[in-house]
Design a protein around this ligand. Structure first.
Ligand SMILES: Cc1cc2nc3c(=O)[nH]c(=O)nc-3n(C[C@H](O)[C@H](O)[C@H](O)COP(=O)(O)OP(=O)(O)OC[C@H]3O[C@@H](n4cnc5c(N)ncnc54)[C@H](O)[C@@H]3O)c2cc1C
Length: 331
């Protein structure tokens, strides 16, 4: 049995944080599993300078966060991550350990399960606690998706599963939530077998404006064609697309196909970042269905702030430059 009061663990996979929400989705699911088991949710975060993710995981429901903040863990490395995590699992004995079926999760979790001599269900689509046995029922597609198999791990611990992104719904961000932060000892790390020379983001297939999950919209407040051009760079870093208001299109900074609003496109992405736009109804009609809207405008009275979930008052160029700098730093 776990010794921390946080018996359901989630691996904090923070790479591509803005796109990859699976850790937050798993924290939400872990919370409901932990409730049945009368325990809490622990999140494991390995890396360097990871405090912003720690805060995010706390705000999304983690009860306890186990951190290794170490220069050697700056980049994901399956051997090093396995070594640290396995030692912590042995130390704290969680009942359940979940990770997203992301490219890294798919490589890391099988190795970790092997090291811990326990089972692993890959690409689960449902997770429940069996009320009679208290075991985790891991539902995963079998025979090429023809059947759904319910798998349990009766004897070995932890019960491990990877889960597809998008299956569970993340909890709402609660800025007042608190979590216990623990810095367990980091074991002596094996030497790296792989040296990372440089990172390059793979060019993803261009999503259309309608399909994009993130849309950066520029308005007249972008000031010039050169100012607007930076939005393409920002959108690329966020793996998103660029939209424009009527004045930006009229000025020739963006093509008509990027126009949003009453006379343009209606979009419903996960995130819109609306920059240098006043928030005229003819424009906001086109972004009304978006999940989250962040507005940036130098005028705090701009109507766009009335519909935004988050507002930043400041100069568009300066904020865009800072965002680009920060996102480049994280690649
Ligand atoms: C029939 C009709 C249909 C229309 N259809 C559409 C439509 O489909 N789509 C559309 O977009 N518009 C449409 N319009 C136009 C619409 O009414 C607005 O004029 C337009 O949306 C305003 O665009 P904007 O916010 O980019 O510009 P503005 O309203 O001029 O706002 C610019 C904003 O940028 C801010 N700003 C300036 N400099 C900076 C800086 N350095 N840093 C930060 N902020 C700064 C300002 O404070 C201001 O709030 C339509 C109008 C009509 C009459």
């Amino acid at each position: 049995m776990d010794s921390t009061g946080a018996g359901v663990w989630v691996f904090g996979d923070y790479a591509d944080y803005f796109q990859n929400r699976v850790t937050l989705q798993l924290i939400a699911k872990a919370k409901s599993l932990a409730k049945v088991l009368e325990t809490g949710v622990g999140v494991v975060v390995l890396g360097e300078g990871v405090s912003q993710y720690v805060m995010e995981y706390a705000a999304h429901g983690a009860d306890m966060i186990f951190i290794a903040d170490h220069p050697d863990l700056k980049d994901y490395d399956v051997e090093l991550f396995t070594s640290v995590t396995a030692s912590w699992v042995e130390l704290f004995s969680p009942e359940i350990f979940l990770a997203g079926a992301t490219p890294f999760g798919r490589e890391f979790f099988p190795r970790l399960a092997k090291r811990l001599k326990t089972g692993l269900s890959a690409d689960c689509v449902a997770l429940e606690i069996d009320p009679e046995t208290g075991l985790l029922v891991q539902t995963t597609p079998a025979f090429g998706g023809e059947l759904l198999a319910d798998i349990v791990t009766p004897e070995h611990r932890p019960q491990m599963a990877t889960v597809h992104p998008g299956i569970f719904k993340e909890l709402q961000h609660d800025p007042f939530a608190t979590a216990v932060v623990v810095y367990p000892q980091v074991p002596s790390l094996p030497s790296r077998k792989i040296e990372l020379i440089r990172r390059r983001r793979e060019r993803s297939r261009k999503a259309s404006l309608k399909e994009a999950k993130v849309v950066v919209v520029g308005g007249k407040g972008m000031g010039s064609a050169a100012g607007f051009e930076k939005l393409f760079h920002l959108a690329e870093l966020l793996e998103g697309e660029v939209g424009a208001t009527r004045p930006a299109v009229t000025a020739g900074w963006a093509g008509e196909e990027r126009l949003l609003g009453q006379t343009g496109k209606n979009i419903k992405p996960r995130l819109v970042i609306s920059i240098g736009t006043s928030g005229a109804i003819q424009y906001t009609a086109g972004i009304q269905g978006s999940e989250v809207v962040i507005a940036i405008n130098r005028d705090h009275r701009a109507p766009i702030f009335g519909m935004a979930d988050l507002g930043l008052v400041g100069d568009a160029q300066s904020i865009v430059n800072l965002l680009i700098e920060e996102l480049n730093r994280r690649i």
